[in-house]
Write a protein that binds this ligand. Sequence first.
Ligand code: NAD
Length: 468
Amino acid sequence: MSEYGMTIGGESVDAKETFDVLNPATGEVYAQVPDASVEQLDAAFDAAQQAYKTWKRDEAARRQALHAAGDLLMAKAGELAPILTSEQGKPLQEAMIEIMGSGWWLKHFADLQMPREVLQDDDNAFVEVVRRPMGVVAAITPWNFPWLLACWKIAPALLAGNTMVLKPSPYTPVTTLAAGRLLQEVLPAGVLNVVSGRDPLGAHMTSHPVPRKISFTGSVATGKRVAAAAADDLKRVTLELGGNDPAIVLDDADIAAVAPKLYGSAFQNNGQICSAIKRVYVPESLHDDLVDAIADIARSAKVGNGLEEGVQLGPLNNRPQLERVSELVSDAVSRGARAVAGGKAVDGPGYFHEPTILAGVEDGFRIVDEEQFGPALPIVKYRSVDEAIERANGTLFGLGGSVWGGDAERAAAVADELECGSVWVNTHLALSPGQPFGGFKWSGVGTENGHWGVEGFTEVQVRHQAKG
Ligand code: NAD
């Protein structure tokens, strides 16, 4: 028996098998959760299909339910946040922000009005484009923001009239199981089903005949597998994948003002954010000052168990991720980079890594070219702005990017050159539920959030009514 049940057709359901979820701050088992069987996955899709028949019909009821769900999450944030910290690692205060943010997301979509598109209204005909729900959605999420990213899918999908089967990452299933149970208080049975399992359960979802849409957030490698599995059945897909966001600092930037903002946008959630700053390009003239300023902040960061007061950076979420970050840092150092702050994993239990600032790094080093997804930031010198733009774009990633400078118009003109889904000027990671989010190139297919996000959970239908 596991403490946290899955939710199938409104019921709490256990499984024959369970698997362990570790607390990344201690490396010890935090919870045992159900390992869903294929039959249970079938039952979840069946429940979603049944619920769809009525859920799709009453938009006002859907809006009311999403509001109630948002309120409930906010009311229970104090109970859910410690669960999130214990399985994900992030400091408790950030876990609170994630849960409160998920409530905000649901309530935003509860009120979102979709633009009406009347193409013709004259003596001959009334022609309108309407958006129809797709049916059952299979939603698959990663471990960095397990519940907020689930709500990026739940809110627009349910608003549009779809029902859902949701599978969290095997590293962080507990918050999603707990929140999924909680939401049964305000959602009709079968509208939101939550199943837990290892990676093969995700593959079963993508090849299952019931879902018409797969909404996936995770790595590029898995995203390609999801797209291939969906192609066979022409399922619709939205893929939110990895990023390697550049920040270009211009020569008129005020380093003292910019350094803390760059640091915050690179190290929030311990760097485990798809659109965190993952490489900084700086002119030679400002390089040393910027490196010193950011390294000072990194050295003063308090690293520890996220449940302890005052901790700013928790552990990485899992051992493979810790090993990956350590490997990329060691590779850079072995090729001549300098770790000006940090530089290594922390001994002892838990998956801790020192916040690391690397200078003397070049494009071509793995830590610049690949997504590190952790607390290590390479700072790269450039000689001309054109060269910086070329290097920023010289990758198959295209999620976000930012430009920093004293002359905002000049910085905006440089930002216009970046090939990515979000460009920011003198900020980074500024996200909101009404703002579309997605990636160019390998960073994704489709868009989440705003009315664009809702449209991603609909099919376009033309309604042509003849007159006269
Ligand atoms: P991952 O791809 O390993 O796993 C993501 C999810 O996919 C998990 O639930 C996993 O169980 C499931 N899965 C694994 N194999 C599957 C398969 N064959 N078919 C279907 N599902 C399968 O990613 P991760 O390590 O959990 O997350 C980190 C990655 O996610 C990073 O690359 C990060 O940039 C990316 N990410 C992107 C966004 C975005 O919005 N663009 C947001 C957060 C994270």
